[in-house]
Design a protein around this ligand. Structure first.
Ligand SMILES: [Zn+2]
Length: 75
């Protein structure tokens, strides 16, 4: 398996090559920044699959911390 990085936003894709019986001229847009990250004109065409994105945690954690701080019983 080959990895491909979007040159614009560095998003990682898994790259699989497919072989067609005819020449294809096409391009692939990044699913994140929508820019054309790759174009080809051949019988070997790439198939991009978005690699597992590292999910950024929602702000919920910070909220919980704030609640904990407030929850301190005075005295
Ligand atoms: Zn991108």
């Amino acid at each position: 398996m080959t990895m491909f990085k979007c040159p614009y936003c560095q998003t990682e894709y898994e790259l699989i090559w497919a072989r067609l019986s005819h020449q294809q001229r096409s391009y692939a847009n990044c699913q994140v920044c929508q820019k054309t990250m790759y174009s080809w004109s051949s019988r070997n065409v790439p198939c991009f699959t978005l690699a597992k994105a590292t999910e950024s945690k929602p702000a919920g954690d910070k909220l919980a911390e704030a609640k904990l701080a407030k929850g301190k019983t005075p005295g």
